[in-house]
Design a protein around this ligand. Structure first.
Ligand SMILES: NC(=O)c1ccc[n+]([C@@H]2O[C@H](COP(=O)([O-])OP(=O)(O)OC[C@H]3O[C@@H](n4cnc5c(N)ncnc54)[C@H](OP(=O)(O)O)[C@@H]3O)[C@@H](O)[C@H]2O)c1
Length: 334
């Protein structure tokens, strides 16, 4: 540890399960990096929808993870745990965490840290890890999206959606999205979506059929579940893949699974947080090899709606839960 590091830091605690007002600044001891971890002086932290679920009491930290919310940060390495050789003190990185990001300092597994892409600020880089790891591992690993294939993304203006649109388009796919308002259409088109379907006014199955000459799409990234699920099966092409990353309208539904057999569909999904470091390390390597050059060239970029001071984490959660944002929300730590 650097000798000048303080013992205590400001962090945002969840005082009890409930609304955004449960996010309260508190004083905590600075965490110590374990074997294979680095200690980061946090510059900015990303806010993600799973943080809201955790605050509500529905998404507890996995065993061993910090109870402080926050799944991604960017900052400077200020101490090294035993065995860390890939980073040195003073390196600027962004990192995927299992928790602890809403704080002045946090620990991160060394393999889950990535360099700041050329040309991006630390703040911008704080918006990258959670959505890029999630999009890569679900759309490209699990659902095996190929250049030339078609992709439907639900929640086109979400943090996940704005990342997925750009990445899939940059890697050669046709992208369609659904959005919950007319004001969300143009931002998705600007990011590279060919069509943004306002689900309040249009049936996405019908729209997808029209866009694909009745063929359907090859891959659907779904965070909605519930009543979307049967319709997703209808909107998929033969050999299509449906990948779940959340169930905003519920995980339980009655389904007619006949399309799975008739069209030889694959239904899959994953959740990132609880996966071991050994699973996340290869995703980080893929991102650095394939995606970081796209960020450095400016071909894709993090879409940041608003940056709040750390102490105003509650306001960031309230905005996220209003669904009025487009892209990412951040907390400025220093
Ligand atoms: N599995 C994983 O590893 C993983 C990792 C990260 C995030 N996630 C999940 O991915 C989702 C997006 O995360 P994020 O941080 O990008 O969140 P976000 O920016 O808050 O986006 C959520 C989006 O969901 C849409 N939405 C909300 N309620 C809806 C409903 N009832 N029906 C249809 N759409 C609805 C909203 O868009 P409209 O207003 O346009 O509908 C909103 O933009 C979250 O559900 C999160 O839990 C999963």
């Amino acid at each position: 540890m650097r000798p000048e590091l303080p013992d205590q830091m400001t962090a945002i605690e969840i005082t009890a399960p409930g609304g955004p007002q449960q996010l309260v600044p508190s004083r905590r001891a600075i965490p110590k990096p374990a074997v294979g971890e680095v200690l980061l002086e946090v510059a900015a932290a990303g806010v993600n929808r799973p943080d809201c679920l955790q605050r509500q009491g529905g998404y507890p930290p996995p065993p061993g993870a910090s109870d402080i919310p926050g799944l991604e940060v960017a900052g400077t390495v200020v101490a090294l745990g035993e065995g860390v050789e890939s980073w040195k003190i003073g390196d600027r990185v962004c990192a995927l965490l299992t928790g602890g990001g809403y704080a002045e300092y946090c620990t991160a597994p060394a393999p889950q840290c990535l360099p700041i892409p050329a040309g991006l600020t630390l703040q911008q880089a704080a918006a990258l890890p959670e959505t890029f790891f999630t999009v890569w591992s679900n759309i490209f690993d699990r659902a095996r999206l190929q250049p030339g294939e078609t992709l439907l993304i639900h929640g086109g203006t979400s943090g996940i959606g704005t990342t997925a649109i750009q990445l899939a388009k940059a890697l050669g796919s046709r992208v369609f999205v659904t959005v919950g308002g007319i004001e969300k259409i143009q931002p998705c088109l600007d990011l590279g979506a060919e069509r943004a379907i306002n689900y309040h006014e249009e049936d996405f199955v019908q729209a997808v059929k029209e866009l694909t000459q009745n063929r359907g799409v090859d891959v659907i990234l779904d965070m909605v579940g519930g009543d979307y699920t049967q319709r997703n099966l209808s909107a998929l092409a033969v050999e299509g893949r449906l990948v779940f990353i959340a169930f905003l309208r519920g995980a339980k539904m009655e389904l007619n699974l006949a399309p799975v057999m008739m069209k030889r569909l694959t239904v899959t999904g994953s959740t990132l947080r609880a996966r071991p470091v050994a699973d996340k390390a290869p995703i980080a390597q893929h991102l650095q090899r394939t995606v970081w050059p796209l960020l450095a060239s400016g071909k894709i970029r993090p879409i940041i709606q608003q940056i709040f001071p750390l102490a105003e984490a509650a306001a960031a959660h309230a905005l996220m839960e209003s669904n009025r944002h487009i892209g990412k929300l951040l907390l400025q730590v220093r």
